[in-house]
Design a protein around this ligand. Structure first.
Ligand code: SN0
Length: 327
């Protein structure tokens, strides 16, 4: 929740695993934009500080931009693809560990905490067990057992660094006080998590924007997330006068993890973009060209996708800076 208070306390961060860890979005964005202009101003802040980044899943932008952010702050970086290179982890309490898992997260999280000052983790939704995903089985175990601050590099239900990036990018490119921002579902051959959409909606709810979500029936997000947000099931109606089209595929929340349709009618194309107020096109990437979005749109001058990727560094940098300052 955006709230005012003692400026010293604003955005001092103990962890960043959720949009709800932000105390003042506007001051965080302002500081990220300051870092974008002055990336090396705080090189001594990270001296002799180490970040460990654990990847349970693939990554391109998140891995490199977070590493760049840490280097800009003078930190040391250690990266581990834990699914490939680590022991299989157990997350249940009290299990008799005679199956695949060789190590309990209880030890793993405490052990890794001995080697770093910040622990960043990527762990995607399994999309099989809604309760397990929405309880954030993996991320919450690390938050519970680690003794250092945790940063999410995308968890089962949130991608808060991406969402902060998106709020920064909207702020930089908005031409009016309360722009119309449309989150549009688009087709995809695979079942994808709701994390990016969840965090985007959460961060836009903290921003002064007119937010509309458009998706086919059955793709409603978690009701707490979409609470008080207008949903327009007609994509073309939703696009009318939009200033930003933010596109993302997600699998169903209600019929959990299911792909209900791959209807190419929902792909973002130039014809639909013409219904907008010359809207900027946004996507977190990676994106399936000519499935999610037509070449002509992603290659147009209104596409912000590369600028979004650039801003990933400064979203990560402001978060790492706030955590280092808190420590
Ligand atoms: C992930 C997701 O959460 O949707 C990461 C986005 C930042 N995306 C994918 O897994 C795409 C995979 C694919 O095959 O297109």
């Amino acid at each position: 929740m955006a709230r005012s208070g003692n400026p010293e306390k604003i955005n001092k961060m103990k962890k960043y695993t959720s949009i709800s860890d932000i105390t003042s979005l506007s001051s965080l964005i302002d500081e990220a934009l300051f870092l974008k202009k002055n990336p090396y101003n705080f090189q001594s802040l990270g001296k002799n500080k180490t970040i460990v980044m654990l990847f349970f899943n693939p990554s391109l932008r998140t891995r490199l931009s977070t590493q760049k952010a840490a280097l800009n702050l003078g930190m040391e970086v250690m990266v581990m693809n834990i699914s490939d290179d680590g022991w299989a982890l157990e997350f249940e309490d009290g299990t008799i560990m005679k199956n695949t898992a060789a190590e309990h997260v209880k030890e793993a999280a405490q052990v890794i905490s001995q080697y770093c000052d910040i622990l960043a983790i990527r762990t995607f939704a399994g999309l099989v067990n809604k309760k397990e995903d929405y309880n954030e089985k993996v991320m919450s175990a690390f938050v519970k057992y680690a003794s250092v601050p945790i940063v999410s590099l995308e968890s089962a239900t949130e991608h808060p660094l991406q969402a902060l990036t998106d709020a920064i990018t909207v702020k930089e490119h908005q031409k009016k006080v309360r722009p119309k921002v449309v989150l549009s579902w688009a087709p995809h051959p695979k079942a994808l998590p709701q994390a990016v959409a969840n965090s985007f909606v959460s961060v836009m709810k903290l921003s002064d924007v007119d937010l509309v979500i458009t998706h086919p029936y059955g793709y409603e997000l978690h009701p707490e997330i979409s609470e008080n947000v207008s949903i327009e099931y007609n994509q073309e109606k939703a696009f009318a006068n939009a200033d930003f089209i933010y596109t993302k595929n997600w699998s169903a929340y209600t019929n959990y993890g299911k792909v209900l349709t791959t209807d190419s009618d929902w792909m973002i194309n130039n014809k639909k973009m013409l219904l907008t107020n010359s809207a900027k096109f946004m996507h977190c990437l990676p994106v399936r060209r000519n499935v999610v979005v037509e070449d002509a749109v992603i290659d147009s001058k209104n596409s912000l996708v590369i600028e979004q990727s650039n801003n990933r560094t400064f979203a990560a940098q402001v978060v790492l800076k706030k955590i280092l300052e808190n420590g």
